[in-house]
Design a protein around this ligand. Structure first.
Ligand code: GDP
Length: 332
């Protein structure tokens, strides 16, 4: 039978009560591309806003195979055991094939956490651009917080831009790395390392322990070359084994130490404010872009303009200018 559409107030009531079924439905609403769902979703979010913000948000990134799912399972159980509360695990996965099942979609990736009564695991939204996917994840963070989740993990695959998106919505950015053959620093982009508040080297077990320690030293040395972070916090580098559960406590002691530190010096709130601002502009940009490219007139004349640019008849700038003039002229 078709489910009756809840009203905004019914959503909010259910969410604030911590009803997981209603929370899941609200996340689905946020993810929906249908305009009437989007309008309702925005109303629900607005009404949830007073109940949000009381969590720590941690971004967790690493290349495929780094051990993210293994680690998040263990990290999640650790923080729930050590600090109580409730944990939501969300994801940003811009590659559509992966979102069809592997990243978090497959609950067996987080075996223990997925059956824990105080956890909520939600796969990455699928549709749309990275910006669109990321915005939905950020909105899901708010819904989860309103539902009483005071710990939020946001997972992403370490492939570049998705880290920036995750970084723009978390309080602490944790980068999972592996020890390589001594050239581990080459494969990792400087920009990503600069975003990290902590770098943790996984699989420090068995024959790999010494290599992991060496990699940690390399990362520490590399971090010293970066300008001092605005937070005043010097990113730490630790080694651990997600599989054998070694070094897990140290990682979370570090995260909580950071949170205490930045709450005291004001950076915690500052970073969240900057993120809110960023998402306001990001949403405006996305909306303008979508509207522009979906405009009938623009869609009709765009190919011709492109051709003229390619054949050297007009410059890129004047073609763009012309399209924009037409678009905004039609707006008036
Ligand atoms: P993801 O792709 O980043 O989510 O990585 P997974 O968690 O699926 O792990 C990839 C592979 O590395 C799996 O075969 C894991 O069993 C293995 N693995 C994960 N953590 C560890 C660890 O701490 N030590 C060792 N030796 N293997 C690990």
């Amino acid at each position: 039978p078709k489910r009756r559409q809840l009203s905004a107030n019914e959503y909010v009531e259910g969410i604030v009560k911590g009803d997981i079924t209603v929370l899941s439905q609200a996340v689905t609403l946020v993810e929906s591309v249908r305009p009437e769902h989007q309008t309702l979703a925005q109303e629900v979010l607005e009404k949830c806003l007073p109940y949000t913000g009381n969590s720590i948000r941690v971004g967790i990134s690493g290349v495929p195979g780094a051990g993210k799912s293994t680690s998040i399972d263990v990290f999640g159980l650790h923080v729930l055991e050590q600090y109580g509360g409730k944990l939501a695990v969300l994801a940003i996965d811009p590659s559509s094939e992966r979102s069809k099942g592997s990243i978090l979609g497959d609950k067996t990736r987080m075996e223990k956490l997925s059956i824990h009564p105080d956890s909520f695991i939600r796969p990455s939204p699928t549709a749309g651009s990275l910006g669109g996917v990321a915005r939905k994840t950020r909105e899901t963070i708010f819904l989860c917080e309103a539902a009483g989740f005071d710990k939020i993990f946001v997972e992403t695959v370490g492939v570049g831009q998705s880290e920036t998106a995750v970084h723009s919505m978390v309080d602490f950015f944790l980068l999972i790395q592996l020890a390589g053959t001594g050239d581990e620093l080459q494969g990792i982009k400087r920009g990503i390392m600069e975003m990290a508040d902590g770098i943790v080297i996984n699989k420090a077990d068995g024959n790999n322990i010494e290599k992991a320690k060496l990699a940690a030293t390399h990362f520490r040395n590399a971090l010293h070359l970066f300008p001092a972070p605005e937070s005043g916090w010097l990113p730490q580098v630790l080694t651990y084994s997600g599989f054998y559960g070694i070094g897990i406590k140290e990682i979370w002691d570090m995260v909580y130490k950071y949170i205490t530190f930045v709450k005291a010096n004001g950076y915690f709130q500052h970073r969240r404010n900057e993120q809110s601002k960023f998402w306001m502009y990001e949403t405006i940009n996305e909306h303008l872009r979508d509207n522009f490219y979906n405009d009938d007139t623009i869609a009709r004349i765009l190919p011709k303009q492109e051709e003229e640019v390619l054949s050297g008849k007009v410059t890129s700038f004047s073609a763009a200018r012309k399209l924009l003039d037409i678009y905004f002229g039609n707006m008036k």
